[in-house]
Design a protein around this ligand. Structure first.
Ligand SMILES: Nc1ncnc2c1ncn2[C@@H]1O[C@H](COP(=O)(O)OP(=O)(O)O)[C@@H](O)[C@H]1O
Ligand SMILES: [Mg+2]
Length: 226
């Protein structure tokens, strides 16, 4: 097994041959902070989504390619941005989330693959209705997050988006946590996020049924919802 450090260095295309751990750490830091293209290289062409509490998301163009740029407020801690990136990188490896192109902890932004349609916009157009297929896609994402030990922790239709291949992605790892090996709940995404999402959907679109999601609840959870 290669260490997380080596893995990260490779991801950043650092030639690690013969490099000590300390040098590797230094090179990683340098690459992340200093060497990533300056903010100015990404031309803003529009805004994506609503402004969040912690930042804004823009459409940007770099070398004729379009990306999404999540720009955090200056007060957001670099450590938390880094954590968010690590979880998104992991989830994107399994095809659950947009790929992170790069990030900058000094200028506090993440450049990532741009997705197309927010689930919330689809819901609004369909008066809150979700097809069986759409509900199954959400469940599939939760199950796969559980499988890979990522607890997302922010169940909100705004955090689901379709990509250009019409595949559903989950975004926004701002609250994400690792599912520890000794954790009592092994599948927290399925155990809590389904209920969380249904509560959110119920407030947004009262009266609409989401049977396939609802089926995944346990007895007590079903009582909470009714
Ligand atoms: N990769 C992306 N492609 C297109 N739009 C995005 C992307 N990432 C985020 N957005 C839009 O920006 C909104 C806010 O992004 P999000 O990461 O959820 O930030 P916040 O932490 O503020 O909730 C999303 O709801 C979505 O509409
Ligand atoms: Mg969000």
């Amino acid at each position: 097994m290669e260490s997380a450090l080596v893995q990260e260095a490779k991801e950043l295309s650092i030639n690690i041959r013969g490099m000590s751990k300390t040098t590797m750490k230094y090179q990683i830091k340098k690459k992340k902070l200093g060497k990533s293209p300056s903010n100015k290289l990404y031309n803003k062409t529009g805004k994506l989504g609503f402004d969040g509490k912690e930042g804004k998301v823009y459409e940007v163009i770099h070398r004729n390619k379009t990306y999404a740029k999540k720009q955090f407020k200056k007060t957001k801690s670099a450590k938390n941005i880094e954590k968010e990136v690590q979880f998104q990188r992991l989830a994107s490896k399994f095809g659950l989330s947009p790929k992170v192109k790069e990030y900058n902890l000094e200028d506090k932004y993440i450049i990532m693959e741009k997705l197309e349609v927010n689930l919330f916009d689809i819901l609004r157009k369909k008066e809150g209705k979700l097809s069986k297929k759409q509900q199954d896609e959400i469940i599939d994402i939760f199950e796969r997050l559980d499988k890979h030990y990522i607890f997302h922790k922010d169940p909100n239709p705004l955090n689901f988006m379709y990509d250009k291949n019409k595949k559903l992605n989950i975004i926004d790892f701002g609250f994400a946590e690792m599912i520890e090996e000794d954790s009592k709940v092994k599948n927290p995404n399925m155990e809590y996020m389904v209920l969380g999402l249904l509560i959110k959907l119920q407030t947004l679109f009262p009266g609409i049924q989401y049977n396939h999601l609802y089926k995944k609840l346990n007895k007590e959870q079903k009582e909470i919802l009714s």
